[in-house]
Design a protein around this ligand. Sequence first.
Ligand code: HEM
Length: 469
Amino acid sequence: MLSWLNRPAEIIESLTDDSFEPAHVQPYQGNPNNTLRLLLQARTDFLSVWNERDYTERVTSTRILKRSLVVVNTPEAVRYVVAKRHDNYERKSPQMRRALEYLLGDGLFISDGDTWKQRRALVSDITHKNRVPSFGLVMEQTANELVQRWMSLGNGASVNVLHEMAGLTAEIISRSMFGNDLGRDNADDVTNSFTTYQALIDSINLGYFIGFDEGLPVLRTPSLRRSVKRLHRVIDKVVEDHLAGRGDHNSMVDLLIRRQERNPELKLDVVALRNEAATIFMAGHETTAATLTWAWYLLSKAHWVEKALHEEIERVCGQRAPTMEDVPQLDWCRAIIEETLRLYPPVPILARQAKDADQIAGKEIEPASLVLIVPWLLHRTESLFEQAHHFRPERFLGDKRPTPYSYIPFAAGPRLCPGLQFGLTEAILCLAILAQRFRVRMLEGHKVEPQCRLTLRPKGGLPVTLHRR
Ligand code: HEM
């Protein structure tokens, strides 16, 4: 009966000698008033519910079951929600809170109010841009180790580059967060637990739509319990070691603990420390892995961009491996990453729950209603980005910047991603180090399909072959 739910959305992709429109779902062609159907479809595929008009500058309000849902797609209205009325829209959606509470507790990503304010200062301090260079060495070493491993696979080897990038960024954040002595088995436990957890949770909290303002708790199945237990075990051990003075002194966990020792009023116990450590780990590795994966896809098709990238790396670094100090000179690398983040924002939906009644661009907002900012739509709005569906990194070269609040891969306002500098630097550096040594090519005949779970990834990963340069 519900076979239409599983019908795959049509994918648009086109390539010529000098222009590339990378894979995106065709806008929804059905009846946009059939909101129940759209809600069910969104459970498995949040990208194919948007129709042609949703990709334009407007603010729309829809009623689904008992709820009003407002989609905000103009820079001015985005600014209003995330910055001007942050107080009214700081709260994450019940779906997001419920999906992650088992894993992250009151961790920064899903907290609000006083807890958020207090922890935000703490986490921002740890990931502050001035600290990023001190993690640069970890980034360089880990990426260079991957170069060695890829070399050992032989020319033309097949890999799934999503898994490769997930391993790379998990290793980087894990070494930065927990120090170098986490150990291979524990690192694998952490990464696998996150992957399992993501796969097991739902994209929509139906409880919210049938009337529970806070949504309904996620069903804690045995496999979900197992993955959370495994993860908490590893992180708790690291935190306890650090508390006992046995940990790596340059890690983020150590910074968290030292901060607690200086400011005991923060009252960060083992559970609070674990929640923030798990939050930074989760927020900081999936996103960068998705960014790098999409960048490989784009470069594997747009050869003229890949050529510009290789020329730049040669010009800036010659034959030596790129380092942290080169990052400010790698303009093409940066522009490629920024354009990748525009086309495939790893967090494609920012969902907030209104506290009090309000109006956004003339639309009534009821208390507890949902407000969605969808970078996937905003970044593909033609009036804001010319040839919005095309891969054109040049748009980020030189001093060119998008209209304020039209380009928000790291969100904006007080909840702006505190790992922005870390993530951007990591993506640029890893891309430069790997692209200097390898060309990455899509497997012949493979169809790329963007899929939105907690993050935006290519469905089934990205099977590629690796070619030495
Ligand atoms: C390319 C990489 C990254 C992207 C695109 C990205 C994107 C985002 C976005 C969009 C949000 C806001 C989500 C929302 O408001 O619903 C966010 C929040 C957050 N990110 Fe990132 N992120 C990246 C890397 C990182 C890294 C490397 C770290 C840590 C080292 C990090 C830590 C966090 C934390 C802790 C939050 C929660 C902040 C809060 O709620 O106040 N992120 N990120």
